[in-house]
Design a protein around this ligand. Sequence first.
Ligand code: PXP
Length: 238
Amino acid sequence: MAVLNVNIDHVATIRQARMTDEPDPVWAAVQCELAGANGITVHLRQDRRHICDRDVRLLKETVASKLNLEMSMAEPIVKIAGQIRPDQVTLVPEKRAELTTEGGLDCVRHKKRLAAVVSRLHKKGILVSTFIAPDEEQIIASAETGCDAVELHTGMYANAKTDRTVTKTLNELRDGRDIAATAGLVVHAGHGLTYRNIGPVAAIEGLCEFNIGHSIIARSVLVGIGQATEEMIRLIKG
Ligand code: PXP
């Protein structure tokens, strides 16, 4: 059965809008866990636009489920991950000007660096996943560098405007899942998933962990983060 990690970056976005101390992502994480989330995901960006070091440290102390840290392979960030030791790291590409993570990580191009980072994180007991397009070369490169999992980028599916593109992108996710499973990788998925579009992706067997952020936090402004989390879990379980 697939599970949900709630990405709580945008709780910190609200806090940072006023550079104050509320709402605290730690409070949000507690509510998500009480509502049944499998884990909590945060992205420690190099510009610290939402989540900051202190949040990751406190979440490491307080999250009772699973803490998944999204991050780039920039050296200062890799060092922080090694010190804080989240349960899992998901490696993502990062551009300073982007609104959110745009494409997947190019594991083929950065294979040497990736292998070194995976090995260092493994030595700290951290599971490693890469956020990648459902592309054979990227999946195989992730497997060859020793990753435990891949997170298949669902952005192309989420942005699909026609039925044909929806079908095509769902097929790509299914093919990606097959290639990853054959390569011995656990398969996660995420990006751009909402209450409206989660159904067909959640129905793909073998996608075992979803990382969903913006849509849940947007709904939580109106219904509360516990209810928003419960509603998404219900849709994932179908
Ligand atoms: N997965 C990864 C790797 C991401 O970078 C993000 C965005 O931080 C998400 C999932 C969540 O995307 P969204 O906020 O669109 O649900």
